[in-house]
Design a protein around this ligand. Structure first.
Ligand code: UDX
Ligand code: UDX
Length: 478
């Protein structure tokens, strides 16, 4: 039986979801004690760092929450055992990467971490514990967690250990996580035991209106999360495919977006054409959906969703190819400034960023990239590209040894990235890129210079009036 009150919460996984989610719950529910645990000691150390600039993830407004709640009712540690044992409610918020080998490789999610967490909970929990799955998971994962916990219950010496499993997928988007958590469109809770559902609902009721808290069965909840991401990604693939037709026909994708978005049945959000969607969820969740469809004998449905990913891949390479074409068919030995490496603005997350694909393509063509991003550090870029940093831009590039084969340097400022560049490509919509002084850029770049605005954040006249060539995504006048 669930206890009548939740006091202690443990969240396993201090990542982009677990960290912000628990910070907001701690802020809204000062009566709760929340312990966020992780196996990664470095990450926990960063969450506990005195200087709030050193938190492991960048998310607007997160530092304020941490400042207010940390060590008051929000704690970060590696003490997994103890905190599971004390908890009335355990959130599982670990990552679920796509399987790289075995059955379902390349598509299905690897549930090894979720399974490991369920085993930890079954081993260390005491009394009645409500287990809440927060990670995005294939449909019927809650069942796996339940089986592990029930098995533990059967074999336990301590007959007082009991469990309930709920699915409570998180819909926050990175870069606006705190805002999304504070004002969610809905909170979804899937489960069987109404008492457990009510106890979780009570937490959200501290700041979310009752009508926004939806109760479903556990599988609808799991499937709703996958479907939600698949629909959002599908919209982006749809508009990106139209951007290519716009460029070919003289239409303008912004005008098309505005026109179709004014139809209240379609709506205006998620219709910005860009360099292709990235992030840790869209691709992974669609692949999961594809795998499930194949598993349940629905190959036509699988093919339908797979195409959303295929178009995204095609679109990213399409951008690299047209850059090469515009630069007289070759980028070999040319300096190209890359503005933005994160998969979207206001985050330091680079997972599945379109910038990774486009930068790799250009390096392969022999380009010398000078990469700038206000929040992504050079070690992360090096890891993502799998190519060693040639030179730090600050150390000045007198060493030309790498110039014949292509490579990249890290630019500590926009200006350093632009000096001597033949082209600049905007890949992330950071605000500061919208305010670049293009007259200054014209003076320091090599002529004829090109600006490629893959995010549609520039005012075309400002760029063109400075004497620069401009290409914009989905612009038929390019
Ligand atoms: C989240 C969701 O949980 C995932 O399902 C979704 O699809 C993507 O977003 P996220 O928070 O972004 O994951 O992942 P990440 O930033 O990688 O954080 C996961 C954390 O879990 C890591 O810090 C990792 O060290 C930790 N972890 C993993 C554990 O503490 N224990 C484990 O057994 C495995
Ligand atoms: C997404 C979902 O929005 C969120 O609900 C879920 O919980 C996790 O996955 P996230 O990946 O953090 O969130 O960011 P999102 O804002 O959805 O952007 C994903 C990608 O799509 C980014 O690369 C973004 O630049 C791109 N995008 C988004 C577009 O290209 N055009 C748009 O109009 C919107």
């Amino acid at each position: 039986m669930p206890s009548t009150e939740i006091k202690n919460i443990c969240c396993i996984g201090a990542g982009y979801v677990g960290g912000p989610t628990m910070s907001v719950i701690a802020d809204k529910c000062p009566h709760l004690h929340i312990h966020v645990v992780d196996i990664d000691e470095q990450r926990i150390k960063a969450w506990n760092s005195k200087n709030l600039q050193d938190l492991p993830i960048y998310e607007p407004g997160l530092d304020e929450k941490i400042k207010k709640c940390r060590d008051i009712n929000l704690y970060f540690s590696t003490e997994i055992e103890k905190n599971i044992s004390n908890a009335d409610m355990v959130f599982i918020s670990v990552n679920t990467p796509t399987k790289t080998k075995g059955i379902g490789a390349g598509k299905a999610s690897d549930l090894k971490w979720v399974e490991a967490c369920a085993r930890q909970v079954s081993k260390y929990a005491s009394g009645h514990t409500i287990v809440v799955e927060k990670s995005t998971l294939p449909v019927k994962t809650a069942e796996v967690i339940k089986i592990i916990l029930e098995d533990a219950q059967l074999n336990s010496q301590n007959s007082k250990t009991t469990f309930d499993v709920l699915s409570n997928p998180e819909f926050l988007a990175e870069g606006s996580a705190i805002e999304d958590l504070e004002n969610p469109d809905r909170v979804l809770i899937g489960g069987e035991n109404i008492e457990a559902i009510n106890l979780l609902s009570e937490i959200y009721l501290n700041w979310v209106a009752e009508e926004k808290i939806l109760h479903t069965n556990i599988w609808s909840s799991e499937l709703a999360k996958l479907t939600s991401n698949a629909f959002l990604a599908q919209r982006i693939s749809s508009i990106n495919s139209i951007s290519a037709i716009c460029e070919a026909t003289g239409a303008d994708v912004r005008e098309v977006s505005r026109a179709i978005g004014s139809d209240s049945r379609i709506g205006s959000k998620f219709l910005d054409s860009g360099p292709g969607f990235g992030g840790s969820c869209f691709k992974k969740d669609i692949l999961n959906l594809v795998y499930l469809c194949e598993y349940f004998g629905l190959p036509e449905v699988a093919k339908f969703w797979e195409e959303v990913i295929e178009i995204n891949k095609w679109h990213q390479h399409r951008i690299s190819k047209l850059i090469v074409k515009k630069l007289f068919g070759t980028v070999s030995g040319k300096k190209i400034s890359i503005l933005g490496f994160a998969f979207k603005a206001n985050t330091n997350d680079t997972r599945e960023s379109a910038a990774i694909v486009i930068c790799k393509d250009l390096i392969e063509e022999g380009a010398l990239l000078s990469i700038h991003d206000p929040k992504v550090d050079k070690y992360q870029i090096e890891k993502d590209l799998g190519i060693k940093l040639n030179l730090n831009e600050e150390s000045k590039s007198e060493d030309h040894s790498y110039k014949s084969k292509g490579g990249w340097t890290y630019a500590p400022s926009i200006k350093k990235s632009l000096i001597g560049a033949d082209a600049s490509i905007i890949l992330t919509e950071w605000n500061e890129y919208g305010n670049i002084d293009w007259n200054m850029a014209k003076k320091i770049m090599r002529s004829p210079s090109w600006i490629f605005d893959a995010r549609s954040i520039l005012i075309p006249e400002k760029v063109k009036n400075a004497g620069l060539n401009l290409w914009r995504i989905g612009d038929g006048s390019n």
